[in-house]
Write a protein that binds this ligand. Sequence first.
Ligand code: ADP
Ligand code: ASP
Ligand code: MG
Length: 440
Amino acid sequence: MKVMKFGGTSVGRPERMKQVATLVTQQEEPVLVVLSALAGTTNSLVEIGNFLAAGKKQEAAQIIDQLEKHYHSFVEQLVSGKEARQDASQILEEHFGFLRIIQRISFSEALRRDILAQGELLSTKLFGVYCSENKLSHALLPALDFMILDEQDEPAVSVISTRLKALVEANADKKLLITQGYICRNSKGEVDNLKRGGSDYTASLVAAAAGASVCEIWTDIDGMHNNDPRVVEKTFPVEQLSFDEAAELAYFGAKILHPASIWPAQQFQVPVRLLNTMEPRAKGTLISSLPAAPGVKAVAAKDNIIAIRIKSSRMLLAYGFLRKIFEVFEKYRTPIDMITTSEVAVSLTIDTDQHLAAILEELSPFGHVEVDREQTIVSLVGFEITTTPAILSNLALAVKEIPVRMISYGGSPHNISLLVPATAKTKLLQQLNKEIFGLS
Ligand code: ADP
Ligand code: ASP
Ligand code: MG
């Protein structure tokens, strides 16, 4: 079995959804299709949740109306038969009916997550209607029945595997299985999600759980590019990446992959392919355990980083100081991305301000604490890059006139990370394109 995941733009228009059906039915192996919500839907659902949280019911109702209109015209172009149109209308009634009812009940965070789940429920069900109309034998596997989080809000891999395998077996006569990306249930049994962009994570988790031959991530670009194509003009697709390289790029901001989406495939040795729905013949990127060639493969940028500096003369010749600092971050379950130390100070970065106030308070007895917000981590990722001499000298050229706040070099031979103010990101990515990849 192979897993094929299609992102929002890949199903965002009726003709694209039809193309997805063609693609998945051309496969020799049975396919488990993971679908995102139609492009733009999750953003609208986020807005609806925000308006309801703020008690702005009219504003929420307005977005619900717009969204419903959009779905009605989508369905009109997707299916033409009477029965299919009726089925599709019923689906819209069910989900938009839900969105209307919740305007009348009191808001909660659990309700917000229920709202966010509507996009993937709609896209998969409508895709199912299209498949039925076109006599494509298929089964819908509800992600809420098998995609389960544990008490730490991490995917409960063995539960997912057992439940998914049972569902796949029960539908062994079907060559086409369809499920929702992104949505899941938490340990309390509530509807939850795998965070924005989480359908990639679903795909990797189900590919690992089902022992798939490959996990294909179909999107709107022909693979992982060497640099962020939203920021830099001339970029090119990278043909091959190791799991480690892809995991670092995803974690450090390459939006094409959800930050956590590589580890399940890596752990269960399922190769991942990044492919372009708009150009299915393009080679894309293969991510596998094949040995990587030395050199920088790509650079990525992670925004909204907060840098914290703790200065203390008590650090001088002391041991146990770093442990105490790390314990504060551990207590608030806040991961540290970058760290640099001098004899009297330590600088580190985090990517969330969720517990910042409490963290700062607990750090204050250790010394003078300074905070810089709106920073960006720019990472160079590849294989043995710190041991390839030309890279460091080219990097020196690329940081010309860039106010670098931190550098992390040597932690791994495969990654060099720089922390810069967000305002310097574009210039740095462009200069790296020139000095590291020879593109101007
Ligand atoms: P989907 O909706 O299919 O999940 P995303 O928008 O999440 O698609 O991811 C694809 C987008 O990621 C591309 O359109 C591109 O703009 C952006 N992107 C950022 N960095 C990279 C990169 N290094 N390589 C390819 N795409 C990237
Ligand atoms: N629909 C969700 C989002 O927009 C998940 C995804 O597309 O991967 O974030
Ligand atoms: Mg995505």
